[in-house]
Design a protein around this ligand. Sequence first.
Ligand code: ADP
Ligand code: ADP
Ligand code: MG
Length: 655
Amino acid sequence: MIDLAIAPRPIRSVLVANRGEIACRVIRTCKRLGLATIAVYSDADADALHVRDADAAIRIGPPAAAQSYLNVSAILDAARRSGADAIHPGYGFLSENAEFAKACRDAGLVFIGPSPEAIAAMGSKIEAKKLAEAAGVATVPGYLGDDQSLGRLVREAENIGYPVLIKASAGGGGRGMRRVAEAADMASALQSAKAEARAAFGSDAVLLEKLVANPRHLEVQLVGDEQGNLVHLFERDCSIQRNNQKVFEEAPAPHLPQHVREKLYERALRLGRTIGYTCAGTVEFIMDAGGDEPYFLEMNTRLQVEHPVTEAITGIDLVEWQIRVAAGLPLPARQEEIRLKGHAIEARIAAERPDRDYQPSTGTVSAMYVPRGARLDTGIAEGSEVGLHYDSMVAKLIAHGPDRDVAVANLTAALDEFAVLGVGTNAAFLRDCTTREAFISGELTTGFLAREFAEGWTPPAASLKQLRAEAAAAWATAQPTIVDDPWERRSAFRVTSSGRPAKVEVLLSDDFGEVAVTVLKRPGDTRVAFDDGTTVVAGQPALIRVAPSEVEAALAALVIKARASLAIDATTDVASEGADENRLSAPLPGVVTQLFAVPGAVVEKGESLVQMEAMKLIHTLTAPRAGRIARFYCAVGETVAAGAPLVDIDSLEEE
Ligand code: ADP
Ligand code: ADP
Ligand code: MG
């Protein structure tokens, strides 16, 4: 193993100035290299996974990123106090902040990234494009001028020809962009784009670009050292985007002619050499799907979210290479030694609800199922809190295969096995994407998601039905059972002992609606009938958690949490027929199996109070009126006679 302690710039310990999955991922490589790891955390992350993974952890401030993960002095102070030799910035936050890189250097710390000069050169999209043009690298036609007056920008847009794209020069992460279709919209779009850019990035400088009609996003991974070596690690295709943000990324790019591939590598390397680039960086291009001219977009002077697909096809650990270069060591391989093997695809798992216009979801992860056969880079685990302070991307699933078809199949299989309970994620949406024809064919442009889900996303009907069937069957099976049944007509639930089918009517209410189903159980065979006349055979390998009046189930990346109850409540009628509205009595002889409330509790009319088993039926007895529970006459396990009093309820007004 490489001894980084005797490198030109010795590294024994690394402070990771980030959080979430990327902090965990960086810590993993550091540990493998025998380096001590120090995490930093905000108050919102005191119990976060990256804090648990690191050897030591230091608090850097309150939840707001500006006061914690973007707080340069707090992070440098943490590095000093922990005796860290180096700082890894991850992506986002301070990773592309030239002043931070310089401040690290000035404090005698190794910044694991390129030089502050290289970061600064690529930090402004305007300056980066000028640099690329000067180096002879083609860029999207547009306007990069200093004259930022509205009049000039409107005239320049006219010259470029509509549609145009307004971009914040300091923008990133898919934000700070506006598409403008025609001249009439230009002035107001400029004003709002500038206001937004000023607020989000601290600068209102914008550039204009011709809107490429049907684009693919292609990018080249570079790594350079201080000895003058610069290599590419092939390309990635990140065309599957929503709101200009990547959702899936893969390597290599599918259906890319070899001569275009050569252009990509040649242009990326040319730009990298021009600025004497060191460490890992990515040169991004955009290309019309029908064309063969990749245009330079921007350079990201950091580790990219999607770097694992490159690792999967090259076998290279990019974080290790970053650390080696930062320590002053040469790259461990020459260009001709770097081989491409197979195909890899990554899916970004976000805590969001695609079925509710992708709004972010929060909560505590109550369970998480990790697939085999794929790489999972995650920032969350069972027990993790997902809040609203930071990025909604919580994990990434990366599948590899000898060719693209196998990689796609492996990704789908991995998504099938993946499930998070307790916090909504986009996993079922991702799974749905991987089975679309265009996805499988690999003929992809940035319009894929908007085209495919023009009306918004809803769970595939067949998947939802199967999942509900599994949930209903599991919930019904978990209900206590009795044998023999003279009560067929009134029965909500019957269970067989002798090959006769048992029939259970279950009402499920989940995020996607409410359904009444009938579960038919026979030994070795469970069928679930829906009220639309269809029947589904249950028994798929779903993940199920059953509670008395609730069931959580996951199948093929789709998760539901449903309230469950028996659809027919034989006793409610009997109880409400009773003369005494304040008292719930046993409608028939049986055993009390569950109490759903305690004395003193305030209940609604119709709320479940007592569960009884009688003559192989399960009866949920509900409150005959709203009020406060005065007393229970029964306890769990007790046998009661028909007509025996069970619960008294006082009215609230009488108090
Ligand atoms: P990548 O460029 O690595 O493919 P993204 O473009 O999604 O991935 O950006 C990576 C992360 O960095 C995201 O969490 C994004 O929100 C964040 N990010 C990127 N650029 C900026 C920026 N200029 N300001 C704030 N956050 C940014
Ligand atoms: P960011 O810094 O936010 O990553 P980029 O310039 O890299 O900004 O662009 C992000 C995405 O926006 C691209 O991947 C592409 O989908 C879209 N995009 C950018 N420029 C153009 C353009 N000129 N025409 C069409 N789409 C574009
Ligand atoms: Mg970009």
